[in-house]
Design a protein around this ligand. Structure first.
Ligand SMILES: CC(C)(COP(=O)(O)OP(=O)(O)OC[C@H]1O[C@@H](n2cnc3c(N)ncnc32)[C@H](O)[C@@H]1OP(=O)(O)O)[C@@H](O)C(=O)NCCC(=O)NCCS
Length: 239
């Protein structure tokens, strides 16, 4: 295998190679993992899934890395927001603390609307080609695409040491939990549940269990609180 690899958007034709790569990376029983709850029966988010490939000795392209992303949802405290733009702009530490503490103490079970986040992953690289920066490149491109598409933030289940460099921190510190949080035997999984804001204040006011989106829900990039657009100029015509 050539050391020269490149990344590109995932294509439908990649599906079989991706499945085999994921089997090699995570084992054939990966579909039995609890995190599959987020993915089963749902499609990954178009535009966020990336692959790495290289040419083998015969010149055929061989897939050697993949990252995917899935839409999930979490409740937003309606009383933490006076307007959508307010949430985006609010990132003071004191507010974070208040939101965290309030979410933990009360659970904020009422008055919550659901907002979408990305569940990043799986991220996998061909075992024989690890340590060349493929994983980090794929993840960086995945997150950059999420930022461009206007997503608020991303969560994932993974090794904190690996993801810290991208800004991921313990999701529980923000009051975000896996839907099965509370089962004593799964504390280690909670410690691997991480979150990252993809825009300033993107995770403010979001607390509680991160859940799968309902089956059949459209899996499209969402811009529920879009970044400010330039003001239209007088006489501007849409292109
Ligand atoms: C995790 C994984 C995607 C990394 O891919 P990769 O292409 O080897 O990663 P990169 O080359 O970009 O980064 C390598 C660095 O990450 C570190 N790293 C790799 N796996 C790690 C892990 N599980 N925990 C902490 N650090 C890890 C390496 O030590 C190396 O550190 P260095 O840069 O200081 O030398 C790959 O090891 C893999 O496919 N693992 C199996 C599947 C998996 O666990 N996926 C992540 C959970 S979704």
């Amino acid at each position: 295998m050539s050391a020269a690899w490149r990344t590109r958007a995932e294509r439908v034709a990649d599906t079989e190679q991706i499945e085999r790569l994921l089997d090699r990376a995570f084992g054939g029983e990966r579909h039995l993992r609890r995190s599959e709850l987020f993915r089963q029966g749902r499609k990954p988010i178009a535009g966020l899934c990336r692959v790495a490939e290289a040419q083998d000795a015969s010149g055929a392209a061989r897939l050697l890395g993949v990252v995917r992303g899935w839409e999930v949802q979490v409740g937003k405290d309606s009383d933490t927001e006076t307007s959508k733009e307010t949430v985006k702009e609010t990132s003071q530490q004191s507010d974070k603390q208040t939101s965290k503490e309030t979410g933990r103490k009360t659970g904020k079970k009422t008055g919550k609307e659901k907002v979408p986040l990305i569940l990043a992953g799986p991220l996998a690289v061909e075992p024989s080609l690890r340590g060349q920066g493929i994983g980090k490149t794929l993840l960086a491109e995945h997150l950059a695409a999420g930022r461009r598409a206007g997503w608020r933030g991303a969560v994932l289940i993974g090794e904190p040491e690996y993801y810290r460099a991208f800004g991921f921190r313990l999701a529980a510190e923000r009051g975000l939990f896996l839907p099965w949080h509370g089962a004593a035997s799964l504390r280690s999984e909670t410690m691997r549940f991480l979150a990252l804001e993809l825009r300033l204040g993107g995770l403010e006011g979001l607390t509680g269990a991160v859940e799968p989106v309902p089956l059949g829900k459209s899996q499209k990039p969402r811009k529920d609180t879009p970044a400010p657009k330039p003001k239209p100029r007088r006489g501007h015509e849409p292109r």
